[in-house]
Ligand binder design. Structure first.
Ligand SMILES: [Zn+2]
Length: 386
């Protein structure tokens, strides 16, 4: 590590300390990182002059003589991150200040012919052109995909494959001069839930995102396995039947073919509940949840079927890596409390019971937009950008 790198990383650490503890003083930072007071003073002055930090005035109670400590805060006005969330139905572009507050959310509905990388890039360009008096630290793209940045490859079962292929390359070309990050959607949701929810930083959990596809991320000891690339766990392709339905991935009986929103119609037929949803097209989790609320027997039966398959997989996942919480996010939450109840019931007798019985099954607490904040916080917690 050369001296310049060392200085930059010290500066980033000081910035992080101020971000995570607003109002912290120079002396407290020096103590926390065991830096000399001179080092802290010099680097804080640089952070202030570069517009990352503000000096918020005197600390209330001061007892020592000499220079009185002052409170340091993140400057929320001069720098920002642009956070882009590309989903199946919507393109969401927003900005995050350096405290992670999201604002200026712009939503562009996507139809099939528009859902391509060039359209996304064009909209982000236009968004950036409208921004004034603020420096963009980075552009974060959130994708419903597995991201292999070194190979410049994205694979997604949701977004159009041909269009996705050149996306990383195109984005890097068009936004040349900016830092760019590509994150997996489930990872960003999991990170937001873990940072903003009621969980302890050391709690281990399995976050499961159930929409058309199914994604999952393990957080062990506060760390996401595989980072935010989504490359480590492929829950959607966990096979529950090696002779089951063939999947695009090449496997058979993948969980996505049993529980994903796209296969609801077929599952309804399988349990003889199809007639209930005759006039609903496409059939979504919320439609089933609505009928279940009214105790419609067909809807309840369908939920039991889905929960049975999901519970089987979750119990096995917990057997491989024990977790304290299994957090369910995504549209499947619209299936309601009965779905959770059935999952809890269906894990009984599957997998290593001491592990399974220790796990708590809950729905994610944060709303859909928390994904933007999740990406912003993940970036600031893991990347040096100052
Ligand atoms: Zn598969």
């Amino acid at each position: 590590v050369n001296q310049l790198d060392m200085k930059e990383s010290n500066k980033q650490n000081i910035f992080s300390a101020i971000r995570l503890t607003p109002g912290i003083s120079r002396a407290q930072i020096a103590k926390k990182y065991r830096y000399s007071k001179t080092t802290v003073s010099i680097l804080v002055e640089e952070l202030i002059s570069q517009g990352y930090v503000t000096d918020g005035g005197l600390v209330q109670e001061t007892t020592h003589s000499g220079r009185k400590p002052t409170r340091l805060f993140i400057d929320q006005t001069k720098h920002c991150l642009v956070i882009v969330n590309w989903t199946e139905r919507m393109l969401v572009i927003s900005r995050a200040d350096l405290s992670g507050n999201i604002s200026d959310i712009e939503r562009v509905p996507l139809n099939n012919s528009e859902a391509n990388g060039k359209f996304v890039i064009k909209n982000v360009q236009e968004y950036i052109q409208k921004m004034h008096m603020v420096t963009i630290c980075t552009i974060c793209f959130i994708l419903p995909a597995i991201i292999d940045e070194s190979l410049e490859e994205i694979s997604s079962s949701i977004l159009n494959k041909a269009e996705m292929q050149s996306f990383i390359k195109d984005a890097k070309t068009v936004f040349h001069g900016y830092r760019i990050a590509f994150y997996n959607d489930t990872a960003c949701l999991a990170y937001a839930e873990q940072q903003l929810g009621k969980y302890d930083a050391s709690d281990s959990c399995l976050y499961v995102n159930i929409n058309s596809g199914i994604g999952a991320v393990y957080i062990i000891g506060g760390k996401m396995l595989g980072g935010a690339s989504g490359r480590t766990t492929q829950l959607g392709h966990f096979s529950i039947d090696r002779n089951g339905y063939p999947c695009e991935c090449g496997g058979h009986g993948c969980l996505e073919k049993c529980v994903g929103e796209k296969v609801l119609r077929r599952r309804a037929e399988e349990c003889g509940a199809s007639h209930i949803f005759e006039h609903v097209e496409p059939l979504r989790f919320c439609d089933v949840g609505e009928m279940a609320k009214r105790e419609n027997p067909g809807a309840l039966k369908l939920i039991e079927l889905l929960a049975g398959d999901l519970g089987f997989v979750l119990a096995n996942m917990i057997t491989v890596i024990a977790v304290k919480y299994v957090i369910l996010g995504g549209y499947a939450r619209n299936l309601g409390d009965y779905f959770l109840e059935c999952i809890r019931r269906s894990v009984e007798g599957v997998g290593y019971q001491p592990f399974v019985q220790d796990a708590t099954f809950v729905y994610a607490q944060q709303n859909e937009d928390c994904i933007l904040k999740g990406a912003a916080l993940y970036y600031m917690d893991h990347c040096y950008f100052i």
